[in-house]
Design a protein around this ligand. Structure first.
Ligand code: AMP
Length: 122
């Protein structure tokens, strides 16, 4: 599947729509989620055009992948989430991914609740 350059995070990267920036360097941008699901809810995105987790992890240079996840850990530390946090990477339709630009959610600031809703047997 191709990368859609009109996705909302691509527009944020191009500065076409604003964001509440938390951190930026040459490879990542981190900003507050517009609809937070925890007291602290930050999204971290790579600056390259990667649609989802597999396209990032399997197609990006491994150095960039390692750098991305190191930045995520650094940002969580800077947010002082010393009592813990949850990382979420929704992938594709079944994974509930809404925005087709790879991103990691950092959620914390209080207990974030159960990992997922219980699976209902058919
Ligand atoms: P996902 O379901 O993993 O694709 O998550 C997409 C996230 O992007 C959701 O938590 C949205 O609340 C968030 N979001 C959508 N538009 C914006 C925006 N303009 N600024 C910040 N967060 C956004």
């Amino acid at each position: 599947m191709d990368y859609d350059t009109q996705n909302i995070f691509a527009k944020i990267l191009r500065g076409e729509i604003p964001c509440q920036k938390v951190f930026e360097d040459d490879c990542v941008l981190a900003f507050r989620d517009i609809n937070p699901k925890a007291p602290i809810h930050v999204l971290v995105i790579p600056k390259g055009s990667y649609r989802d987790y597999p396209s990032f992890c399997l197609k990006a240079p491994q150095m960039l992948v390692a750098q991305f996840f190191a930045r995520v850990a650094q940002i969580a530390q800077d947010l002082q989430l010393d009592e813990g946090y949850r990382l979420i990477i929704n992938t594709g339709d079944h994974g509930g991914q809404e925005v087709a630009h790879f991103h990691a959610h950092i959620l914390g600031g209080s207990h974030v609740g159960p990992m997922v809703c219980p699976h209902k047997q058919q």
